[in-house]
Design a protein around this ligand. Structure first.
Ligand code: OSB
Ligand code: MG
Length: 372
């Protein structure tokens, strides 16, 4: 592989329904797509999962654009990267900016798999041709609307329901869903909206037979998560807190969680994701794939990652039609009646990228030369 140039594009894609978490509400996505070209003319696609504003983590699409163009690409150019597995180390001098790095790193993996003519998921070492899917349901206007959403997703076949909570909108939502659906696999995600001062409330969640509470406390609070986990029966799952295999090890050794959510962007790409799932598998810690309201390209990468052997719980990887009127890949991602997605057998991410549609959605574009 000889990298020649990298194309950055911002596309704008309205969500079918607004998505609300404890940190805010999204109605329209601004998505940075990265396309890397080999000198042979082959290419690979990656998606940056940074949001429009710095509320999930510190990155934004605009900070990521700058990081990719001014720092990630130049480092890759200087190193003359030849293998996807070398990208992680090559760009490691850049601190943070993991979603920016992940966009490029995953694109190079797609390129390499396409060059070898095989599915990315097999190229990564995936073993599960069919992955288990759940859904993440945002905060709704009313409890009835939430219950109706849960009912519809269960009817579609999804294997696990996760609902978003925040202070003031927690116990009554969980109580309503659990009362109406006594035996479903149910979890909650707080996106860091609580502190140890909420211990009494969080303890009450213990009574609802949840699969997990995801990220109740601040991203840096591994110690407080460990204190909280000692007070609860339900497993804690960490999302925002886990940026690397080292973070997973620290969380494990401290007892901060019993389950880990892995997101490609948050950890900087496929290589780090693979290291985390390997570590967790060795420790008997279940992992699952999180989502960031991705378009088809990021979604396809999530599917590939989810086929690795450590991914034993249903992820937040769901059908394109839950997000978009029309996706940018063909066919769109679909989910079976039993809540699974079959990993595609085509080369690379395995879905056709609709370049005409991408062109029509493009708000800005920049090309960075790697090697003339
Ligand atoms: O915490 O998992 C999260 C979306 C945006 C930011 C953070 C999160 C989420 C989701 C949605 O839960 C997952 C998805 O459906 O893509
Ligand atoms: Mg989360």
């Amino acid at each position: 592989m000889q990298l020649e140039r990298v194309e950055l594009r911002e596309i704008q894609l309205p969500l079918k329904w607004p998505f609300e978490t404890s940190f805010g509400r999204t109605t329209r996505r601004r998505i940075l797509l990265v396309k890397v070209f080999d000198r042979s003319g082959a290419y690979g696609y990656g998606e940056c999962t940074a949001a429009e504003g710095p509320f999930y983590n510190h990155e934004t699409i605009d900070s990521a654009w700058l990081a990719v163009a001014d720092f990630v690409c130049p480092l890759i150019a200087r190193a003359r990267v030849e293998n996807a597995s070398d990208v992680r180390e090559t760009i490691s001098p850049i601190r943070g900016n993991l979603m920016a790095k992940g966009a490029v790193e995953t694109a190079v993996w797609d390129l390499e798999a396409r060059l070898e003519g095989r599915p990315l998921w097999r190229h990564l070492g995936g073993t599960q041709a069919e992955i288990a899917c759940g859904v993440s349901i945002g905060l709704q206007e009313t409890t009835d609307a939430l219950l109706e959403n849960v009912r519809r997703e269960l009817e579609s076949g999804y294997q696990r329901i996760k609902i978003k909570i925040k202070p003031g909108r927690d116990l009554e939502l969980v109580d309503a869903v659990r009362s109406k659906f006594p035996s479903i696999r149910l979890s909650v995600d707080a996106n860091s909206a609580y502190s140890l001062e909420d211990l009494d409330l969080l303890k009450q969640l213990d009574e609802y037979d949840l699969m997990m509470i995801e990220q109740p406390l601040a991203p840096g609070d591994l110690i407080d998560h460990a204190k909280l986990q000692r007070e609860l029966k339900i497993p804690l799952c960490l999302d925002e807190s886990i940026l690397s295999r080292e973070d997973a090890r620290h969380a494990r050794e401290l007892g901060s969680c019993k389950i880990v959510n892995i997101k490609l962007g948050r950890v900087g790409g496929h290589s780090e994701a693979r290291l985390i799932q390997e570590y967790c598998a060795g420790e008997g810690v279940p992992v699952w794939c999180g989502g960031m309201l991705e378009s088809g390209i990021g979604r396809a990468h999530n599917i590939a990652m989810s086929t690795l052997p450590g991914f034993v719980l249903p992820g937040d990887v769901s059908a394109s039609e839950r997000y978009w009127e029309e996706d940018i890949i063909a066919p769109p991602v679909t989910v079976s009646g039993s809540g699974t997605i079959r990993a595609p057998e085509g080369a690379g991410i395995g879905y056709e990228v609709n370049e005409r549609r991408i062109e029509s959605l493009t708000a800005r574009r920049q090309e960075v030369l790697i090697q003339g």
